[in-house]
Design a protein around this ligand. Structure first.
Ligand code: ATP
Length: 149
């Protein structure tokens, strides 16, 4: 059945707000969608988890993570914007590759397999959507996902 975007996102974000509280990061949600949409909730949830995990993982205390949702030209546009360490232009070419990690030291703090974004991209493509990465101002990263409705 159709999904109420605001409550769907609110629910997903609750643990991240709590994690943000504990880590001194502000996690915000801004939904500008006034109708229910048909959505693969399981996969889109998984996609947001991947992006939110990264947004928190690659930012320090005091950072802000902002999720927004809006409908533009029959597409649902979801953005996850952080004010964290950012991604170099060189790394941007590789982040969607399997097992690519910018930081290869594998320390526990930022540990990971480097699979997250390749799975995120796979989910988006499976829905005929697009995912793009850009720089946030004055620092950090923005992931923008658009899905046809
Ligand atoms: P995993 O997601 O499997 O835990 P990971 O975070 O290393 O591990 P990806 O999610 O695929 O793997 O991300 C690939 C790389 O892209 C990361 O190692 C990191 O360098 C960079 N990256 C991803 N998201 C962000 C972000 N929000 N800010 C800064 N760098 C990021």
């Amino acid at each position: 059945e159709p999904t109420d975007v605001a409550s769907f996102l609110n629910k997903i974000m609750t643990p991240y707000r709590e994690m943000g509280d504990l880590e001194g990061k502000l996690v915000e949600l801004d939904v500008n969608v006034d109708r229910s949409v048909a959505l693969d909730r399981k996969r889109i949830h998984q996609l947001l988890v991947l992006l939110l995990d990264n947004a928190l993982k690659y930012s320090d205390t005091g950072a802000t993570v902002k999720v927004s949702a809006v409908i533009e030209k029959k597409r649902l546009v979801l953005t996850v914007a952080d004010t964290g360490r950012g991604i170099s232009n060189e790394a941007k070419k590789h982040i969607f590759d399997r097992f690519y990690r910018e930081d290869k030291t594998g320390n526990r703090e930022t540990g990971g397999t480097g699979l997250g974004l390749s799975i995120a991209e796979w989910i988006v493509q499976a829905h005929n959507g697009r995912i793009i990465v850009s720089d946030n101002q004055p620092q950090g990263t923005i992931f923008k996902v658009s899905l046809p409705l």
